[in-house]
Design a protein around this ligand. Structure first.
Ligand SMILES: [Zn+2]
Length: 284
């Protein structure tokens, strides 16, 4: 990992307690997302916070697969979505009414949807209301309701960088230090945005928890990566059916243009390439 690598996930724990934590720092991984879109500032910042939250949850992926965090809302901003995989590769997108402006981004009546898709095995989905009015509160509610895990989340974004911190109280561990959860949570709450976005993770942890016996584990890398490919687009086109694509080719001067909504990569299919998506047609 290079010295100025700031896209990273740092896990830590506290000796003689049942508390573990993580810090996620997103620098270029976040900017790679926003530079591909012209999101209004408020949306870009909330998307950064959601990416940081997703990065924190990526540590839960102990198997090859994907984790998606969505916030669905009834207003002009209808969707914020961030995805990660077990390699810490992230991408994100916002859907909103470009003509309406972003003043009305409201989490009221919103839902947070967490989807975990292992490459092998069963898909899992959990839904919780965004009742507290922000993403961090929704995550705390989610872990309380569905996992019975006491959790606290702090999310930050300044439009150029994003960061998140999580504390989690592990279940079924006896400890003499009954006060630790409140005490360490209080220390974490003193984190300021300019600090967590400016300091290396271990300096930040020292600044917050130097009075505690914090144990720091090896960091893992986070990065921007889009999983789109010509093959995946071809699979999606296949589902539309040949007739539909044939019509599109006729209407669009013999070319179907598809732009990945995450990374803006453009994919073009001409008639021979569309034919190649339907090898079964040659049998007739
Ligand atoms: Zn893409």
């Amino acid at each position: 990992m290079s010295h100025n690598q700031r896209d990273m996930l740092q896990r830590f724990s506290f000796d003689n307690t049942d508390i573990r934590g993580e810090i996620a720092l997103l620098d270029s991984a976040y900017r790679e997302v926003i530079k591909r879109h012209s999101y209004p500032q408020l949306i870009a910042r909330e998307l950064g916070e959601l990416m940081a939250a997703t990065a924190l949850l990526s540590a839960n992926l102990k198997f090859p697969g994907r984790l998606t965090l969505q916030v669905r809302m009834p207003g002009n901003v209808s969707l914020l979505q961030a995805e990660t995989n077990d390699k810490g590769q992230l991408r994100a997108i916002a859907r909103y009414d470009e003509l309406a402006g972003d003043e009305q981004l409201s989490f009221a009546d919103g839902q947070m949807v967490i989807t975990i898709e292992p490459e092998q095995g069963q898909r899992y989905q959990g839904i919780t209301a965004v009742s507290g009015g922000n993403i961090a509160q929704a995550l705390e509610d989610y872990f309380e309701q569905s996992e019975q895990l006491g959790s606290r989340f702090w999310l930050f974004c300044n439009g150029q960088q994003a960061a998140g911190m999580m504390l989690q109280k592990m279940p079924a561990m006896a400890t003499d230090d009954a006060d630790a959860w409140d005490r360490i949570g209080h220390l974490a709450s003193t984190a300021r945005e300019d600090e967590i976005l400016g300091l290396p993770a271990d300096d930040m942890l020292h600044r917050l928890f130097h009075e505690e016996q914090a144990r720091i584990y090896p960091a893992s890398e986070l990065s921007f990566f889009c999983t789109c490919s010509k093959d995946r687009i071809a699979n999606a086109l296949h589902q539309l059916g040949y007739e539909e694509l044939d019509t599109m080719l006729q209407e669009q001067a013999g070319k179907i243009d598809i732009t990945c909504e995450f990374c803006q990569q453009n994919y073009t299919f001409d008639r021979p390439q569309v034919d190649a998506i339907f090898p079964e047609r040659k049998l007739h």
